[in-house]
Structures are given as structure tokens and as C-alpha cells.
Design a protein around this ligand. Structure first.
Ligand SMILES: Nc1ncnc2c1ncn2[C@@H]1O[C@H](COP(=O)(O)OP(=O)(O)O)[C@@H](O)[C@H]1O
Ligand SMILES: [Mg+2]
Length: 307
């Protein structure tokens, strides 16, 4: 449904997107994961034809976007990073307006607006203005606005920033339902938990480049026998020194919970336990789990996703 090849876009001397390629099939959710400033929104703007790329190709179901009134644009539904709604119109009137902009009218418009409101769980608040909504409800209405013209490709740019966990879960359920109905979905985020929960495949971007692209499971497998170990410890651990120890690639302490990512777990863990004991940190509990996408990003870039 979407093919992006070697996309590049600079703003003056700033290379926002250097080389991004990705593809999304019908029914597939692809996560575009990267830290702030990685080039996610610029990639989205180029895909939607809002910004002209310097080079590279974007094909929607095999067709390029040519010009502002390109019919290909109707195939795309965009949920922009900044909420864009008419605060003084009710929710239903907002959706009618978005539908009308695509030339949809009459009973089809009514049906589409009803379906969109139903999907995002706002049918009972249809008359109310977004100004009376919570942040999460506005986000959901913003998603509904992108659905009224029934696009085949839905692109969401960080749609859960600043919302409550309940709305977030509702949005995830909506997106899973839309994918099950065959929509191709691009979901940009800097939250690795979201990408992991939602995406069939994840494209990790950093400094305008794709640094890895695979299923969440494969990305984590690429770390081999790196594991995450959580210790319940006494005292404040010198995580800077701990990071110098063999195999330790991540070390964070919050209260008495110390979280480490350790490469070659079997070989390195005994030394870490000895290191902690030698510094007088009583270890009360140890639990190990699989490395996560944060660790994948760290191993690829040497930095954390959220720093
Ligand atoms: N209109 C613009 N003019 C100049 N620089 C921009 C503009 N838009 C984005 N940038 C810069 O391009 C880089 C990528 O930005 P963006 O695509 O918004 O990243 P993301 O969405 O991943 O946070 C950032 O360094 C940002 O400051
Ligand atoms: Mg952005």
C-alpha cells in the first residue's frame, strides 16, 4: 500500500531526513520509532505530499502523488502530531466538515461520521465541542477525522502524547480493529512500548536514517543473549562505574530497583553480583527478562531513545 524509497529532505543546512525507506502492506501496522528530532514528522509530511522531498520516491498503492489535487491523496488519512480540530464546532460537525472536504455528502457522510464516532467511542459525546473534551478525547476525535473519507492508508504521528492510559488503550484497540479490516497503518512514536505493543514491523530511525527494520521479536533477537536483569538492592549504586564492568550495557536505578542490560548474561552476571556485594549493596531479589527495544536502540546508536 505504501512504498518509500531513499527519501531525503533538508531544511536549509539541516538534514531532517537523510535516507528513509519503508513499506507497508494492507492490514499491516508499521511502527516508525525514533527519538525526538529523528525525522519522523518530516518523513510523514513527505509521504502525504505536504512537503516536497529533495529525492527519493513515495508510492501509494503504486501511484506517486502529483500536485495538491492528486487523487492519490484521498487514499491517505493523516492524524497529525498537533491536534487539528475546530474547537467551536461539535464533534459531529467537525467530522462532517472533514468528510465534506473530500466531497462526501448525504447519507454516506452520515454513515461514515456515525461509524467514525462509534469506532473512537465518542458517539455519546457527538454534540459536544472539542473544547469540552479531555486531551485523550480530542486525540480520538482527531483520529476519527482522518477516517471519514475511508482511507486505505492511515498515518498517525505520535497520537498518544500527553493522554491518559485509558484513552491510549482505546486508541490501540481502534488501530488493531482498523488493521484487521485491511487498512495499512504507519504509527510514529518515540515510545518503544507502543511500537512493541502495536507494530507488526518496526522501522527504527535516528538522525534521518533507518538504523534497523524488522519485527519486534527479530529486533530483540538481534541482541543475542543480552538480558535485562532487575535487582532489588540496598543503597545507591554507582551506575557509572557499573557501566564499565564487562557485559553491562545499561544501568539505571530508581529507588531500590536497579535495572541492568547485560550482554552474555551467563558469563557476566556472576561478576556483577560480586561487584555489588563488594560495595556493600545487599541484593534482596534478582529477576531477569528479555532485552527490549530500548536496548536494541542503545546497541545500534550508543544512545538511549529517551535521553
Ligand atoms: N520546518 C523546519 N525547518 C527547519 N528544521 C526543521 C523543520 N522541521 C523539522 N526540522 C528539523 O528536522 C529534524 C527532524 O525533525 P522532525 O521530522 O520533526 O523529527 P521527529 O518528528 O522525529 O521529532 C529536527 O532536527 C528538526 O528540528
Ligand atoms: Mg515529530
Amino acid at each position: 500500500m505504501l512504498t518509500v524509497e531513499h527519501l531525503a529532505k533538508s531544511y536549509g543546512a539541516k538534514r531532517a531526513v537523510v535516507d528513509v525507506s519503508l513499506s507497508v502492506a494492507r492490514g499491516e501496522v508499521v511502527g516508525l520509532l525514533g527519538p525526538n528530532g529523528a525525522g519522523k514528522s518530516t518523513t510523514v509530511a513527505c509521504i502525504c505530499g505536504l512537503v516536497a522531498a529533495d529525492s527519493g520516491t513515495v508510492l501509494i498503492d503504486g501511484q506517486p502523488i502529483r500536485g495538491d489535487d492528486s487523487p492519490v491523496k484521498r487514499r491517505i488519512g493523516l492524524v497529525p502530531q498537533d491536534i487539528s480540530l475546530f474547537e467551536d464546532f461539535g464533534a459531529r460537525a467537525n467530522l462532517e466538515l472533514f468528510g465534506a472536504l473530500y466531497g462526501i455528502r448525504g447519507t454516506l457522510l452520515d454513515e461514515r461520521v456515525d461509524a467514525a464516532l462509534e469506532l473512537v467511542g465518542l458517539a455519546d459525546r457527538a454534540k459536544d465541542k472539542p473544547s469540552s473534551y479531555s486531551g485523550g478525547m480530542k486525540r480520538r476525535l482527531n483520529i476519527a477525522a482522518a477516517l471519514v473519507h475511508d482511507p486505505d492508508l492511515l498515518i498517525l504521528d505520535e497520537p498518544t502524547v500527553g493522554i491518559d492510559p485509558q484513552s491510549r488503550n482505546a486508541i490501540f484497540d481502534n488501530l488493531e480493529a482498523l488493521a484487521a479490516r485491511g487498512k495499512a497503518i504507519v504509527y510514529t512514536t518515540h515510545y518503544m512500548e507502543e511500537a512493541e505493543r502495536l507494530a507488526d514491523r518496526i522501522v527504527i530511525v535516528d538522525h534521518g536514517r533507518v538504523v534497523a527494520a524488522d519485527t519486534p521479536a527479530q529486533l530483540k533477537r538481534s541482541l543475542g543473549n543480552t538480558g535485562v536483569v532487575t535487582f532489588e538492592v540496598g543503597g545507591e549504586v554507582d551506575t557509572t562505574d557499573l557501566l564499565q564492568q564487562p557485559g553491562v550495557t545499561r544501568a539505571e536505578q530508581h529507588d531500590d530497583v536497579l535495572t541492568l542490560a547485560i550482554a552474555d548474561l551467563g558469563a557476566s552476571l556472576p561478576h556483577v553480583v560480586t561487584w555489588l556485594a563488594a560495595r556493600g549493596h545487599a541484593v534482596r531479589r534478582i529477576a531477569s527478562s528479555q532485552a527490549n527495544l530500548e536496548d536494541v536502540f542503545l546497541s545500534l546508536t550508543g544512545r538511549q531513545l529517551r535521553d
